[in-house]
Write a new protein. Structure first.
Length: 507
C-alpha cells in the first residue's frame, strides 16, 4: 500500500495520529515487551494523558523521562494534544544535566515512573507517574481535541537538548512542520510504507530516534516495537518475532552487532533498511556489516537542528563513503571561507536550508542568529564536498580542524586511518597546543577485546599511510572513552585528559 506524503505538509503531530487512527484503528501502532496499543487505543490513551497534563500545568513545555517504550509514545502525543511541547530526557544523563534541561525549559511537570525518577530527589516540580494513570478506563471517543484542533503546524512540538560536547547544552526547538516535513522527505526517497515495522533502540531524547522511530511510523500508520536496552541477542530476536523491516542505530551499535556471536537472525527477518546516523560511520564497519548481515548499511547525515535528516543513502542509490543525496526540499550548499559556493569535490562548510530547519535555540536568540546566514541557511560547522552526482561527503568539523605549521588537517582523516587497523575498535583525534608547530594531533584509541597495542606500533602504522606531519604526536590507549547519550565520543573531555596528562614532546 502506497502512502501520500503530501498530506503530511499541513498536519500537526496529533493530527497525524488522528489520521492514522481513522484509517487503521485496529492496527498495532506501538508495542514493547510489556504492552501494546492499536491506533485507536493510542489515541484514547493519549487523550487520558492529555487531560492529566491540562489539569496539572499551564507551562508551555513538559518533561518526559521514560525508556524507549509504547508509554513514551502515549506521553509524547498526550502532551502535544494538550498544546504542550515535549522535552524528551535521557535516563543516562546525570541528575545535574536533567535539572539543567528542566530549569532552562521552565518545566514544572515531569512525566516519568517512580523507578526512573528515583535519582531526581532534588527537583521540586510535579511528577506524573505513568503507572498511576488508569489507562484501562479508555474513553469511547477522544475528548481532548480542543488544543490540538487549534494548534498550528508551526507551533513548537519538541525541545531537544544538544549533547554539549563543546559548550553548554542548548534546547533546539522543533515544530510539528519541522518533524513531519522530515518524515515526508525521508519517506519519499526511502519509500517508507504503512506495512513497515520499525525497531526502536535509540534514546528518544535524540532527534534521530524521535523522528525515525516514533513520529515517522505513527504518521505513516506503520508499527514500531521498542527495546529499552541494547543487547544484540534481543535485537536479533525482536527482528525475527516482530518482522522488523527498518533498523536505525549509531555506528558503534552496528559495530557491536558485527561482533555478536549470533548473527543468523538477519537471514530470518525481512529487514530492508539498515540506517546509520548520529556519528561518523567508519568504512570498515559498513563493509563488515554488509559482509555479515548481507544488507547494505545506509549512511545518512543530519543534526538535531534539522529535525534531523539532511541527506541519506538508500539501497538503490547508495554511494559508499558518502552520506547520500539531500532530501527533497532540503537545500545543501558548500561554501569557502568567503561564503562563496565551491566547485565539485572542493571542500567547504556545509550549509542547509529547508522546512526541516529548527525554529531556533530556546532562550538563545543570539546563538540562533549566529548560526544562520542572511538568506536563511544553517551553518552546520561541518566540512564536506559534493561530487558530480550530487552525493554529499563529510570531511570533518570546521572547529576541529588542526592547524599544524600552517597546514589544515582534519581529525576525521587520521581517525579513518586508525579505524582501518585490525586491532582498533574505535578512535578519536583532537588537536592540542604544540610549542613549535602551533598544534599537534593526539590520538585516543580503544583496542579490540583481547588485543594489545603500543604507541610505537600505532605510530609506524600511521607513518605508512599518511603524511608525516599528520601522524599523532601522542597515542593514548584506553579500554573506554567518555561519550554522550548517543554514544558519540566527547572530544572536549579528551582535551581535558590531555591537559591533565603528560606534556607533548617538543620535536
Amino acid at each position: 500500500m502506497s502512502f501520500n506524503f503530501d498530506q503530511l505538509e499541513n498536519l500537526t503531530l496529533p493530527g497525524s495520529l488522528a489520521a492514522s487512527a481513522a484509517i487503521a484503528p485496529d492496527k498495532v501502532a506501538l508495542a514493547d515487551v510489556q504492552r501494546q496499543y492499536t491506533y485507536h487505543q493510542l489515541l484514547q490513551a493519549a487523550t487520558i494523558l492529555c487531560q492529566q497534563v491540562q489539569s496539572q500545568t499551564n507551562a508551555p513545555r513538559v518533561g518526559v523521562l521514560l525508556p524507549n517504550s509504547a508509554w513514551f509514545g502515549v506521553a509524547f502525543y498526550g502532551c502535544l494534544m494538550a498544546g504542550r511541547a515535549v522535552i524528551p530526557l535521557s535516563q543516562i544523563l546525570r541528575p545535574a544535566d536533567l535539572m539543567f534541561a528542566m530549569e532552562d525549559g521552565q518545566v514544572d511537570l515531569l512525566i516519568t515512573t517512580r523507578s526512573i525518577s528515583a535519582g531526581m530527589q532534588q527537583w521540586q516540580g510535579q511528577r506524573l507517574y505513568m503507572e498511576d494513570i488508569d489507562f484501562a478506563a479508555l474513553p469511547d471517543e477522544p475528548t481532548c481535541q480542543s488544543a490540538a484542533a487549534t494548534s498550528s503546524p508551526d507551533d513548537a512540538a519538541a525541545v531537544l537538548y544538544t549533547a554539549g560536547s563543546e559548550a553548554q547544552p542548548k534546547g533546539v526547538v522543533l515544530s510539528h512542520r519541522n518533524l513531519l516535513s522530515n518524515v515526508a522527505g525521508v519517506g519519499r526517497i526511502a519509500r517508507l510504507q504503512p506495512d513497515d515495522v520499525y525497531l526502536g533502540i535509540l534514546p528518544m531524547s535524540h532527534a534521530f530516534a524521535l523522528m525515525g522511530t516514533l513520529v515517522a511510523p505513527v504518521a505513516l500508520a506503520a508499527r514500531a516495537f521498542y527495546l529499552d536496552r541494547f543487547i544484540p541477542s534481543e535485537i536479533g530476536e525482536a527482528c525475527q518475532t516482530q518482522q522488523v523491516t527498518i533498523l536505525m542505530a549509531v555506528p558503534s551499535m552496528y559495530n557491536i552487532l558485527v561482533r555478536a556471536h549470533d548473527q543468523s537472525w538477519a537471514t530470518r527477518s525481512p529487514l530492508r533498511l539498515c540506517v546509520s546516523g548520529g556519528e561518523v560511520l567508519p568504512r570498515g564497519v559498513a563493509d563488515r556489516f554488509e559482509d555479515v548481515y548481507l544488507h547494505p548499511l545506509l549512511n545518512g547525515y543530519g543534526m538535531t537542528e534539522t529535525s534531523p535528516v539532511i541527506s541519506l543513502n538508500v539501497p538503490w542509490a547508495n554511494k559508499k563513503g558518502s552520506v547520500g543525496r539531500p532530501l527533497p526540499g532540503v537545500e545543501v550548499r558548500v561554501v569557502n571561507e568567503d561564503d562563496n559556493p565551491v566547485g565539485v569535490n572542493e571542500i567547504g562548510e556545509i550549509l542547509v536550508r529547508g522546512p526541516n530547519l529548527m525554529q531556533g535555540y530556546l532562550n538563545h536568540p543570539e546563538a540562533t542568529a549566529e548560526k544562520m546566514t542572511g538568506d536563511g541557511f544553517l551553518q552546520t560547522g561541518d566540512l564536506g564536498t559534493i561530487d558530480a552526482d550530487g552525493y554529499l561527503f563529510i570531511r570533518g568539523r570546521k572547529k576541529e580542524i588542526i592547524i599544524i605549521s600552517g597546514e589544515n588537517v582534519s581529525p576525521a582523516e587520521i581517525e579513518a586511518v586508525l579505524l582501518g587497523h585490525p586491532k582498533i575498535i574505535d578512535a578519536a583525534v583532537i588537536g592540542v597546543q604544540h610549542e613549535t608547530r602551533g598544534e599537534a594531533p593526539v590520538a585516543f584509541v580503544i583496542p579490540r577485546r583481547f588485543q594489545t597495542l603500543t604507541p610505537q606500533e600505532l605510530k609506524q602504522y600511521c607513518r605508512e599511510r599518511i603524511a608525516g606531519f599528520k601522524v599523532p604526536r601522542k597515542f593514548i590507549i584506553r579500554p573506554i572513552l567518555p561519550r554522550n547519550a548517543t554514544g558519540r565520543i566527547l572530544k572536549r573531555a579528551l582535551k581535558t585528559m590531555v591537559d591533565e596528562g603528560e606534556q607533548l614532546p617538543g620535536k
